[in-house]
Ligand binder design. Structure first.
Ligand SMILES: Nc1ncnc2c1ncn2[C@@H]1O[C@H](COP(=O)(O)OP(=O)(O)OP(=O)(O)O)[C@@H](O)[C@H]1O
Ligand SMILES: [Mg+2]
Length: 311
């Protein structure tokens, strides 16, 4: 049985209670129990030429960099209860688990090309947006490391609310050809954290996501960022996440502890190529660390070769 299978099974068996919103109520909100292989060949996609030509030629990295510097500065009012790295407390509950996740991703990156990560889950409310946002933050906390967070959940976008900023102009406007890439990249008060909000509400989300412009955008922006973290709709009800995964280097599966049935998680996992799933984030585990959980962490925490720059 694979380690990811074990991890998913454990998520179902975890009988601890999820304590709700608020970092003071969740002492150990995450676990990264298993990391699987990463694809070595990009999946085929149905990209077609975008309707609007880019303002800055992709062949000129300096010009791209300058354009990025000109992206709009916005004032964010983050919800510091769930946007863990915006608070005043350096070691807020939950932050350490995100540092561990970061270390594991850096370890993976030593062996495989890994920059664009889709955060997915089976059903709504498992914590995809929470994990995506905090992962992007912990990446951006490293000196000189640029992280881009993209809200590609065009159905139930929440990231702009969590960050306390405007949803528009954002991804939907770009995908509809109404705006250019650097007009949708927001910069707030956290140095090196950039954000593309969902944009205005649209219908036909699946068609828009797969019209070729999302892949084009990611290809354009990839050279400018160390990490691109993408939030997505739940994978079981709609096909958006499966489509977006084709443009990414890997998928992190979020599983809500003591909530999501194993069969549902397994079904969601089948929406992604086996070689694309990086691992599982077990979200919302109880504050009381039982011996099983303790062992779990120590068995998977990286011990050496960490490429994790100090904050
Ligand atoms: N580990 C956690 N600790 C504290 N709060 C959490 C945790 N995980 C999620 N939450 C909170 O639970 C709620 C649901 O999480 P989130 O919005 O991230 O889920 P989602 O999977 O993105 O949901 P949706 O399907 O609506 O997009 C949010 O208010 C979020 O802040
Ligand atoms: Mg969400």
């Amino acid at each position: 049985m694979s380690r990811i299978h074990d991890a998913l099974k454990r998520a179902e068996q975890d009988r601890s209670v999820y304590k709700g919103i608020g970092i003071e109520e969740v002492e150990v909100p995450l676990a990264i129990p298993a990391i699987g292989p990463i694809p070595v060949t990009p999946a085929a996609d149905n990209a077609r030429s975008p309707a609007i030509p880019p303002v800055v030629p992709a062949s000129d990295p300096m010009a791209l960099d300058t354009a990025l510097a000109g992206s709009p500065r916005t004032t964010w009012v983050p919800d510091t209860q769930t946007m863990l790295f915006f608070g005043t407390e350096e070691q807020a509950d939950g932050t350490e688990q995100f540092r561990t996740l970061r270390s594991q991703l850096y370890q993976l990156r030593e062996k495989h090309s890994l920059r664009k990560i889709l955060v997915a889950s089976s059903v709504p409310s498992e914590g995809r947006s929470f994990v995506a946002a905090n992962l992007a933050q912990v990446m951006a906390r490293q000196p000189g490391c640029r992280a881009l967070l993209i809200d590609a959940d065009l159905r139930s976008p929440h990231l702009h609310l969590a960050l306390g900023t405007s949803p528009s102009p954002g991804l939907s406007e770009y995908l509809l050809g109404e705006t250019q890439e650097f007009e949708i990249i927001q910069r707030g008060q956290m140095e090196n954290l950039f954000f593309v909000a969902s944009g205005r509400p649209v219908s036909g989300q699946t068609e828009i996501i797969s019209n070729g412009r999302l892949k084009f955008l990611l290809d354009r922006l990839e050279p400018l960022f160390d990490w691109i973290i993408i939030d997505s709709p739940a994978a079981i009800p709609v096909s958006d996440a499966g489509l977006i995964a084709n443009f990414c280097d890997g998928v992190l599966m979020v599983v809500r502890s003591n909530s999501t049935p194993f069969d549902i998680v397994r079904k969601a996992r089948q929406k992604f190529n086996d070689d694309r799933v990086l691992g599982v984030v077990l979200n919302g585990i109880s504050a009381e660390i039982d011996p099983k959980t303790q062992h779990y962490f120590s068995a998977t925490r990286p011990t050496s070769g960490q490429k994790d720059a100090p904050e």
